[in-house]
Design a protein around this ligand. Structure first.
Ligand code: PLP
Length: 306
């Protein structure tokens, strides 16, 4: 999954070659995690490449920056245009989009305010995050021994670089124990989310997912799943869920830009439902993939054509 090293990167308003997109080692973000970022995707469709819910991603980026008192010199609308310009300057038909706003080079001390607010937009080709097979067969996960951060520690609504120190602990623990991913609880013991994705549970035809108050990043894919599922006639609840609901669920699945919609076939070595993708997951996945590949009508205006 290494980088090809090809293509152009947008760096504070200029398009530069991948190899030239460098910042100084004394930049604040490197030492103190003072950055906020996004992960979006652009998909190839019969009508050309299209970004999925780009406006929602840029809005969340600017909200994350606001929480951390970072005001970038471009407004959200101009930044969205910059993403489209970057896509047009690169050859990818489908790719992952990584915008980042961060504290740059000026002085090193915990206080970030003296440092400039800089930004970059990177693109690269990135396939199925947990493997193409996982989309059908599902993945094995464990409940992490690491909790998500408590609400009064790190703001989970901000997609901040610093939050991903916790995500890395969850992900490394899972990988080293032979699982595809970890699912974390919040500090009250309720179900929260994976290291980089939200989680959904299906029981008796009702779909549940932890609420924003369970230390989750409220995902844009999560919101899309809720919308699609309600359109399909399902009852969807955002509610606090105990860990053990995972073990007795009919279906469990992840939702996120990187994993898209990936079924979970076991949790802590307990088989979920039939041990592979269940029918509700398949139906929601089918609708989601239909919208992003252009084979279904985009009735909600989720696609922005490049
Ligand atoms: C911790 C975490 N939760 C949830 C998500 C899912 O969010 P989205 O669907 O907006 O990609 C992500 C991915 O960005 C994430 O990193």
């Amino acid at each position: 999954m290494g980088f090809s090293g090809e293509g152009k990167i947008w760096l504070n308003g200029s398009l530069v070659e991948w190899k030239d997109a460098k910042i100084h080692i004394a930049s604040h973000v490197i030492h103190y995690g003072s950055g906020v970022f996004e992960g979006a995707r652009c998909y190839g469709t019969p009508k050309g490449s299209a970004c999925f819910r780009l406006g929602a991603h840029i809005k969340r980026l600017y909200n994350s920056a606001r929480i951390y008192r970072m005001e970038y010199r471009l407004g959200a609308e101009a930044f969205e245009q910059a993403v489209l310009d970057t896509l047009r300057a690169n050859p990818f038909k489908s790719c992952y989009i990584r915008p980042i706003i961060y504290r740059g080079y000026e002085a090193l001390g915990v206080n970030p305010l003296p440092c400039p607010v800089d930004a970059a937009i990177l693109l690269w080709e990135w396939g199925a995050y947990l493997g193409a097979e996982a989309l059908e067969k599902g993945v094995d996960v464990r409940v992490s021994s690491w909790a998500r951060s408590a609400p009064n520690t790190f703001p989970s609504l901000a997609k901040s670089c610093a939050n991903y120190a916790n995500s890395q602990l969850i992900r490394m623990e899972a990988s080293m124990d032979g699982y595809a991913e970890g699912v974390a609880l919040d500090t009250f013991g309720f179900l929260s989310e994976g290291s980089g994705e939200n989680v959904f549970v299906v029981r008796d035809g009702v779909i549940s997912t932890p609420p924003a108050t369970a230390s989750i990043l409220p995902g844009i894919t999560r919101d899309s799943v809720i919308t699609i599922a309600r359109d399909l006639g399902y009852e969807v609840r955002e509610e606090l869920l105990p860990r053990e609901v995972l073990y007795v669920a009919d279906e469990v699945f992840f939702a996120g830009t990187a994993v898209e919609i990936t079924p979970i076939r076991s949790v802590d070595r307990i088989t979920i439902g039939c041990g592979r993708r269940g029918p509700v997951t398949e139906q929601i996945q089918g609708t989601f993939f239909g919208i992003i590949d252009g084979s279904r009508a985009d009735t909600r205006g989720w696609l922005t054509y490049v």
